[in-house]
Design a protein around this ligand. Structure first.
Ligand SMILES: [Zn+2]
Length: 153
């Protein structure tokens, strides 16, 4: 999914135009995170400390690191993870980042409106399933790991 891969890449490279960066450019913005109103918005906050993203991460089919700085080094997964789980987990992270950034922008441009983390999570899981189930190589891998499908729901 090119749009998710693109935002994932921006996040990994710390290139998302978060409010901490906007303030460095002397843009007048409220520094608070619109997803939780409890922290100062930065990539590190969004993907390590923000309760909104933590709610998505907690429902990931594959356990991944809560420390965004570790994730940025490529250490996404906790413990030994099989190839198929890495594939699912990598896709989940990319889609979760995309939807977190999309929700962040939605809230900034539609003051007073929001989607709950559980609603966004449904979209994330739906998008992950659509992508995986349209991929023949995943179907072949899943045939050898029947326990993997329930993780996607
Ligand atoms: Zn936050």
């Amino acid at each position: 999914m090119p749009k998710c891969a693109f935002f994932f890449w921006l996040a990994i490279k710390n290139r998302l135009l978060t409010k901490d960066k906007m303030r460095l450019f002397e843009m007048q913005v409220d520094p608070r995170c619109v997803l939780c109103n409890g922290g100062l918005e930065s990539s590190h906050h969004l993907f390590s400390n923000c309760p909104f993203f933590a709610a998505l991460r907690a429902e990931s089919p594959v356990q991944f690191n809560a420390d965004w700085d570790l994730c940025r080094t490529g250490a996404f997964f906790i413990g030994n993870t099989s190839r198929i789980k890495k594939r699912i987990g990598g896709l989940f992270i990319a889609v979760a980042i995309y939807h977190t950034w999309k929700e962040r922008n939605f809230r900034i441009h539609n003051v007073g409106k929001h989607n709950s983390p559980s609603r966004v999570l449904l979209r994330v899981k739906e998008m992950v399933r659509e992508r995986l189930f349209s991929c023949n190589s995943f179907k072949r891998m899943a045939a050898n790991h029947p326990g993997i499908i329930p993780l996607l729901y």
